[in-house]
Design a binder for this molecule. Structure first.
Ligand code: DGI
Ligand code: FE
Ligand code: FE
Ligand code: FE
Length: 188
């Protein structure tokens, strides 16, 4: 549709060609998962197209917004990896005029996940991990799980992301641990 073309152009202008190709891969995967699990394909498309919209913004801009707009100031102890979704959703809203709270929440949660995730949140979280351009050990298993059981795919991604972060001795954002405790430890 025309709206999608316009949104795609706006997103493309804000990132490298390589990242834009990732975004298109996430969109393709998100639409497929929405079809399979009965979510809105249009919302999946818009959330996927905008999920990394803020990824190439300077740290100073995120720091200014975190200080100005009443975010938890503990966020200042993290970096772009945590900010581009959680805080980036406010740029998606303000600059792209997207006011659908389900879409904005999927953008906010796409990196860390959360204990409480909607179907759309799970679709974007998983699609980001398994889009066709991703190539890392374990991605095949993640893709297979996503076709069978979306919750299992969320658990798999969370566990393996955390293992990777710990291996690299990176700082873990508390919400990432909440996601682990809920989806990996406490899952049914
Ligand atoms: O933006 P993408 O690269 O497409 O993917 P993403 O937004 O899911 O993840 C961005 C990075 O954030 C990725 O390298 C994993 C990392 N990450 C996820 N949870 C945490 C984290 N990094 C830190 N330091 N702490 C976390 O809790
Ligand atoms: Fe991201
Ligand atoms: Fe992700
Ligand atoms: Fe992404």
């Amino acid at each position: 549709s025309f709206k999608r073309e316009e949104l795609m152009q706006e997103v493309q202008m804000h990132m490298s060609e390589r990242r834009f190709q990732h975004v298109l891969g996430v969109e393709e995967m998100a639409i497929a998962l929405a079809a399979k699990y009965g979510a809105s394909k249009e919302k999946a498309s818009i959330a996927a197209l905008t999920h990394d919209y803020a990824k190439e913004r300077p740290d100073e801009e995120f720091e200014m917004i975190i200080q100005r707009d009443g975010y938890d100031q503990d966020l200042l102890n993290y970096g772009n990896a945590i900010w581009h979704g959680l805080v980036g959703a406010s740029m998606v809203q303000r600059e792209l005029g997207i006011n659908d709270e389900e879409i904005l929440e999927a953008v906010r949660l796409h990196t860390t996940g959360a204990a409480k995730m909607s179907l759309l949140d799970k679709i974007i979280y998983v699609a980001d991990y398994i889009e066709p351009g991703r190539n890392f050990p374990g991605v095949k298993e993640a893709r297979e799980l996503a076709l069978v059981d979306l919750d299992e795919a969320v658990a798999y991604e969370t566990k393996h992301t955390l293992l990777h972060l710990i291996e690299q001795e990176r700082k873990i954002y508390p919400k990432t641990i909440e996601t682990y405790n809920y989806w990996v430890v406490r899952k049914a």
